[in-house]
Ligand binder design. Sequence first.
Ligand SMILES: Nc1ncnc2c1ncn2[C@@H]1O[C@H](COP(=O)(O)OP(=O)(O)OP(=O)(O)O)[C@@H](O)[C@H]1O
Length: 241
Amino acid sequence: MTEPLLQLSGVHTHIGPYHILHGVDFAVPAGELTMLLGRNGAGKTTTLRTIMGLWQASSGNIRFDGSDITTRSTPDIARAGIAYVPESMGIFTDLTVRENIVLAARSGPVDKSRLDWLLGLFPALKRFWNLPAGNLSGGQKQMLAIARAISEPRRLLLIDEPTKGLAPVMVRSMIEAFKSLKASGETILLVEQNFYAASALGDNVVVMDDGRIVHSGAMSDLVADKDMQQRLLGLSLDAHQ
Ligand SMILES: Nc1ncnc2c1ncn2[C@@H]1O[C@H](COP(=O)(O)OP(=O)(O)OP(=O)(O)O)[C@@H](O)[C@H]1O
């Protein structure tokens, strides 16, 4: 069997005196979209930050693309090809959409075909191209943050709750954009609270609770099993709409 693109094995993370991750184990296979689900405070953001080296794992091992990245610095991890879009997005609201994207590309101008691809994924950005990003809606800002992260080719995208607080119509646009990203062969680890979005997009699912992985498998199996959803996520039937 080929090695997954990303593998966490027995990862523990402490934040100051607090022991947050307790031996996290999961894999992200190349070319697939893996959903990371769990209740508030389960440890999802801490997991993404630990992969990025923003928190240092206190023990355990993180392998990316055949190399051990556990103790590497964040810039080194980013250079290895991992992009991170935090919940807070990190866009420049005073700069135009164009300037935000230009600034995100570290190795030179974004080439024309990549720009066309990005604007095809997120057509709303084209309309605001020369306007300050502060004019964008919450969902459009999320789209700009993702466009910035992939302004250059990356091996793995870590994205924290891109649908948070969005109206249903915007959630649907985001789902369409992620479907196109998947079709382009991107490897994505996506944190979600919205089970509708998660079930529409996930190939695989990893569920966390209290800093531990409590389930991993195919997303379709979790979608088909209402009891498991209730047990792992506390979802009731009306949470599916
Ligand atoms: N800087 C910090 N200092 C202390 N504790 C923290 C810090 N950041 C996170 N925690 C704690 O770590 C635990 C996991 O938080 P984390 O943000 O990873 O959860 P999450 O699953 O992403 O939650 P949410 O869905 O609410 O964003 C929580 O108990 C949280 O209070």
